[in-house]
Design a binder for this molecule. Sequence first.
Ligand code: ATP
Ligand code: ZN
Length: 295
Amino acid sequence: MADPRRLKVAVQKSGRLTDPSLELMVRCGLRFSRARDNLVCYGENMPIDLLLVRDDDIPQLVADGDCDAGIVGGNVAREFALAHDSEPFRTARTLDFGSCRLCLATPVDSGLDTPASLAGKRVATSYPRLTESFLRGIGIDAEVVLLGGAVEIAPRLGKADAICDLVSTGQTLRANHLKEIFTVDESRACLITSPHPLPDTASTLLERILMRVDGVLAVNGSKYIMLHAPRAKIAEITRLLPGVEAPTVLPLDGCTDRVAIHAVCTESVFWETLEALKGAGASAMLVLPVEKMLA
Ligand code: ATP
Ligand code: ZN
């Protein structure tokens, strides 16, 4: 029987979200070994197990409390939630991977160029509730045709006049002579959590993991910058540091008119930024990646 003190987190077994989901867990400090059956990753240094499943099963597993948390595309989570009156799970965090958009697209030469032009037409999709709720919301009556996959070939097969499908670069659409006409939903991977109460130990562990996820999200793209600057230019230099409000200012041994400035920049530090800093009198500039941060 499953140990209730161990936290069970559902992640996609094999697909676009698998590597970034496992990497997120590693960056949160989890070391795990993969079971021979490839269905579970056992946490070795923390009582957390990762269950490897199809992404479509993750919302149900979390809603039923079979898993305490899961990492799934926002699109899959919202499609599932639309079938329920009350919130079936909590969306605890929106993550920084799995970006895509759910788009309406039509054959290039169809003359169907707006959502309104789809009135009375057939729209093929794997996301029937998101599609229907969008079309209903703008007062368009169209027939939604449910397809499990290969949605982009539906118009060519004569199964539909338009599609509503996930797009990231648009290359698949172009290859199938389709054009995007409207974005119905923007999506990123989410960490969802169970609505059922957890035993105290598991609940504390989940809070710890969420805090670490926040730490990982906070440092993504962040840089630690160190430089020397004229004491008189501290305010000007601070304004030039992207996303910095209060840097650390340190004295330099044997030097009264220059100081060392250290700061975490929460936005990218481009060469242009360094050139502007140099122009303001900065020298000895060093930009380092940030690995972890805990507020
Ligand atoms: P499974 O076998 O687990 O059911 P799948 O084929 O449904 O896998 P993937 O194609 O791996 O799923 O996509 C998983 C998630 O990745 C999507 O639900 C979506 O949130 C996200 N994603 C990001 N970019 C894209 C894209 N270009 N096309 C499809 N999904 C994308
Ligand atoms: Zn799937």
